[in-house]
Design a protein around this ligand. Sequence first.
Ligand code: DNO
Length: 393
Amino acid sequence: MLEKTWRWFGRKDKITLDMLRQIGVEGIVTALHDVPNGEVWTLEDILDLKHYIESFGLRWSVVESLPVCESIKYGGPDRDELIEKYKISLANLGRAGVRTVCYNFMPVLDWARTDLAHPNGDGTSSLFFSHAEFAYFDCVILKRSGAEQDYSAETLEKVEEMKQTFTPQDERRLVDNIIVKTQGFVNGNIKEDDEKPVEIFRSLLSLYDGITPDQLRENMKYFLTAIMPVCDEWDIRMCVHPDDPPLQILGLPRIVTCDADIDWLMKAVPNPHNGLTFCSGSLSAGAHNNVTALARRYAHRTWFVHLRSTDVFPNGDFKEASHLAGRADIIELCRIFRAINPDLPMRVDHAPLMLGDDKMGYNAGYSFHGRMLALGQVEGVMAVVDREYIEET
Ligand code: DNO
């Protein structure tokens, strides 16, 4: 069976390690959330958190994330210095025996959603992405030059309609959802208490003026090539998280969105320590991706699995689905990953808000009851898949 892990946000997380061991979690996925981006993770801080996790009979299985600074992504003048610091943090993780490291190479915005509590009709709610609302944010709030060219006539028509009805509160909610609430807790660029998030965001976007996807690719290859010797020395498995959603947004270059992108990345740095976080939810949100085919193709370079699924609508909007439905066939994915590596760490990713989760102030996507139900569902799937595998081999 894949290792059952859970994303935990550190000692401040309202979902405690004591709760997690009661629901069958084996491994913890976490980060030194209090260390600002770009600063070294000291061995002392790493060991302190590791020992805390172990005192509950759990293990620190995966780092999510050791964030890559913007300057490394766009190739700023201080990138070599930042890469050196990144290498020291990696070596310290290696010394402490925490050897699977998730990161992403998405410029400015980590993941994006427009609605964090889209009603499902049964009293629960899920995360949702609306192209029209995103376009409204881009064209009307952000006022990005040339933004209109990136949207269909149908989407722009909806934006015009929204202009008639949207209140300042609606606009504030969109800003919060797109660049504040989903970003702060992932050590993103915008913090919950930033007073002018839109202005900060605009200046961050401008860092990428003139950076093409090919340039970003070169910068990613440069970064990976530079850190591989440390990864080899300490057996650190780097696993890039795909872009979520796997689409071009806000005029930014995005380079981990599809089969061709992943193929390029695996070949550009063929070292097996350059691997993937197979996030079935993110990949499934792009109608161009066949998630099962991607898993078959890249399971041998996958060091961490996020299980989640989405429903994608004809206009491209998407909603996060049950772990047993939607575009990602989680049953088949469990078969594929189980056959390649039964010890692979797996976490259920975002899940609905249910049974009072909405009142708890959890980080967007990271409910307790919703994720617990999802873990139960996936654990059941894994138990069956495991038996199938043993009987067949
Ligand atoms: C969102 C997460 C991402 C992920 C990072 C990895 O819920 O899946 O924020 O942690 O992209 O670096």
